[in-house]
Design a binder for this molecule. Structure first.
Ligand code: GLP
Length: 237
């Protein structure tokens, strides 16, 4: 794993933006994998600026998000579709038809997972995948104990994850109990991965991810086996 240590949150966003811009400028029709959460927000802001300056375009890109809550409509402010529209897509030249998230409102959620996975594979797998990490080591919504072989699937969110994400909702009762997420197998098929890890609360888990045993109890530890992972972090570990 290639580890880039930066000074602070701002420097992390700049470095992440630079890697992203490099992919957009050097890939004819990039297949992107995108994450939500607080960590990549600054990067998305800077990408909008790069777009406005004429440095990049998303017009030939396909973008697949890692995950989505079950039961939230696209216009729910805590849905990941809403996040992507407001923090990136509404401000750049992505075409709505080229941006995908698992549909958490699908009547048949199992069928939705199969379709989403197939769609990624038919596109030729992800060229560049942005990841954040949960304090328990989850990537996407792959909670501890998820199989390393997993493909897009339904997950029951842990109480801890619901508590951590409650800040995006009016109360914890409104946090969905389930989500759809790319699996760890789907993630590992990405050609290049950029993992963003920011803030003291992630220190213990980052140590485990980099130096610990590769175990399904720490989902992100599987990244040790990936040939092209860059971790950008403001933590000295
Ligand atoms: C959520 C998302 C993850 C994200 C994680 C960390 O649970 N499903 O994809 O990586 O939160 O988010 P944050 O960057 O806000 O710490």
């Amino acid at each position: 794993m290639n580890i880039i240590k930066v000074e602070n949150k701002e420097a992390l966003s700049i470095k992440a933006k630079e890697m992203f811009v490099d992919v957009l400028q050097n890939t004819v029709a990039p297949i992107l994998g995108l994450a939500t959460g607080s960590t990549p927000e600054g990067m998305y802001k800077l990408l909008i600026e790069s777009y406005q300056n004429g440095d990049i375009s998303f017009k030939n890109a396909l973008a697949f998000n890692l995950d989505e809550y079950v039961g939230l409509a696209p216009d729910h402010p805590a849905s990941y579709r809403y996040y992507m529209q407001h923090k990136l897509y509404n401000h750049v030249d992505t075409k709505r038809m080229n941006t995908f998230l698992p549909n958490g409102l699908a009547e048949d959620l199992d069928a939705e997972c199969i379709t989403y996975e197939k769609h990624i594979q038919e596109a030729g797998n992800l060229d560049f995948l942005v990841l954040g990490i949960g304090e328990n080591g989850h990537i996407g919504f792959n909670e501890p104990g998820t199989s390393f072989e997993s493909r897009t699937h339904i997950v029951t969110l842990t109480e801890n994850t619901r508590e951590v994400n409650a800040r995006f909702f009016d109360s914890i009762d409104e946090v969905p109990t389930e989500a759809l997420t790319m699996g760890l197998g789907t993630i590992m098929d990405a050609k290049q991965i950029m993992l963003l890890v920011q803030g003291e609360r992630k220190r213990e888990i980052l140590k485990k991810v980099i130096y610990g045993e590769v175990t399904e109890e720490v989902p992100a530890s599987i990244l040790q086996k990936h040939p092209n992972v860059t971790i950008i972090t403001d933590l000295d570990v």
